[in-house]
Design a protein around this ligand. Structure first.
Ligand SMILES: Nc1nc2c(c(=O)[nH]1)N[C@H]1C(S)=C(S)[C@@H](COP(=O)(O)O)O[C@H]1N2
Ligand SMILES: [Mo]
Length: 423
């Protein structure tokens, strides 16, 4: 049938002409068919397809649903270089819609694996410079007033290889240590009020119940502002990988401070200078000094489609789309360039735009086969502008491996192949 034939070579026509509308309709049908392999005419309208001729399976997974088997390639991914102790999996940013990462695809970063915690055996200890030390069970925490909020978590080491040479992988390989979720939990401020802070309280040590006993110092101002003790992730209990049954969520702060499997909060009057904030997670500057306590993740964005390793399947209309985020608040603007940063156009933002949350941007584009360098540049409500790679390296040098937030450039070749380039 003619309508199902991929129409990759159709020339792009002027916007809003009837011819362009027809092209879009034909293209859409063609790519739907392509998604499931090659289309057989018998299954296409107006014929009655195979799967309408007899009842389907009663239920596929009655107890807990799974994605369609046709989506079996949308997966988290370990690094390409084999390692005896891999410590992270990355989110398939190129395959996802909207801003909530499905729980099974949320990136993972574990310092000592995923502990198997029985929530009935789990306690949160709150002590130090408080009036009334507390030992809270999960049942106790579930009785506090709850809030649900959307926030991203980004590993401070996300995109780190880009300080050096352009990575050869996909957007997942290069930037996949970021995900977003709607988290549910208790305001840390409420729990601290229950314990009562002593006047000299100014920092809080947070400790995880994994074999790494991961610990970080949290400034009291953040704890009293928007910090949460979360047990819910996109409507269900946290996944074991994300800290089941309890996690500290510090909206916008570098990933490692969001302590998973949270078991202890100790209130003090100075930072605790743990291993994870002295030997690790500091940024070595060009002058040889180490920058410590870079809490909020910088303003950043990346085009997820088209992106590296994709091949544009024909000329004509498509949407450029991606994600933007900032640890300093809301995204106020995203601009997109088609020519490596010479000219910029405003992208539209999907609303509501939330603070310290993933924000989806979009720009309509007609590709007629010319080479292009696609970039996105985000600006946040605090006025921070996502830097070029040259500007970032100008200030931070290339010794550092954390907090890479430079503008990403994707080159579209005339044959439609998309690759990562540094411009
Ligand atoms: N207890 C504990 N908390 C932890 C970690 C850990 O190894 N142990 N990893 C940290 C790091 S480095 C990051 S980037 C985030 C990753 O969160 P995710 O695995 O839910 O994506 O958790 C942080 N919290
Ligand atoms: Mo991390």
């Amino acid at each position: 049938m003619d309508i199902a034939r991929p129409d990759a070579d159709a020339p792009a026509a002027a916007p809003a002409s009837p011819r362009r509308r027809r092209f879009i309709a034909r293209g859409a049908v063609a790519s739907l068919a392509a998604a499931g392999g090659s289309a057989m005419a018998d299954n296409l309208p107006p014929n009655v397809p195979q799967w309408m001729r007899e009842p389907g399976a009663g239920f596929l997974n009655p107890a807990y649903g799974l994605p369609s088997p046709f989506e079996k390639n949308v997966l988290r991914k370990l690094p390409d270089q084999p390692s005896p102790f891999p410590t992270a999996t990355r989110t398939p940013l190129q395959s996802l819609f909207g801003t909530n990462t499905p729980n099974g695809l949320f990136f993972e970063r574990h310092h000592a694996g995923v502990p198997a915690i029985d929530p009935a055996q789990h306690r949160l200890m709150l002590h130090g410079l408080v009036e009334r030390p507390l030992l809270l069970s999960m049942k106790d925490l579930l009785r506090f007033p709850a809030v649900s909020r959307s926030h991203f978590i980004e590993c401070s080491g996300n995109s780190m290889a880009e300080f050096k040479a352009p990575g050869k992988g996909s957007v997942q390989d290069i930037h996949g240590l970021i995900s977003g979720a709607e988290w549910t939990g208790v305001r840390l401020a409420d729990v601290l009020r229950e314990a009562g802070l002593q006047p000299s309280a100014s920092w809080i040590l947070a400790e995880g119940a994994d074999a790494a006993a991961m610990t970080r110092s949290i400034p009291l101002a953040k704890a009293l502002d928007d910090a949460l003790l979360v047990y819910g992730q996109n409507g269900e209990m946290l996944r074991p990988e994300q800290g089941y049954p309890l996690r500290l969520l510090l909206p916008g702060f570098e990933g490692n401070m969001n302590i998973k499997w949270l078991r202890r909060l100790k209130v003090g009057d100075a930072p605790f200078q743990t291993r994870e904030e002295t030997a690790k997670y500091t940024d070595l500057m060009p002058d040889g000094t180490a920058r410590q306590f870079t809490f909020a993740m910088g303003v950043k964005s990346v085009i997820t489609s088209p992106s590296a390793r994709q091949v544009l399947d024909g000329h004509g209309f498509r949407e450029i789309t991606g994600l933007a985020w900032s640890g300093h608040g809301r995204i106020s603007r995203v601009e997109v360039s088609l020519d490596g940063g010479r000219q910029w156009q405003a992208a539209t933002l999907d609303g509501p735009v939330q603070s310290r949350a993933l924000t989806r941007f979009r720009l309509p584009w007609v590709w007629s086969g010319q080479e292009a360098i696609l970039q996105s540049r985000a600006v946040d409500e605090a006025g921070n502008v996502q830097p070029t790679r040259a500007a970032l390296i100008g200030t931070d040098g290339q010794n550092s491996i954390y907090h890479y937030n430079a503008i990403q450039s994707w080159k579209v070749a005339s044959n439609g192949e998309v690759s990562n380039v540094h411009v």
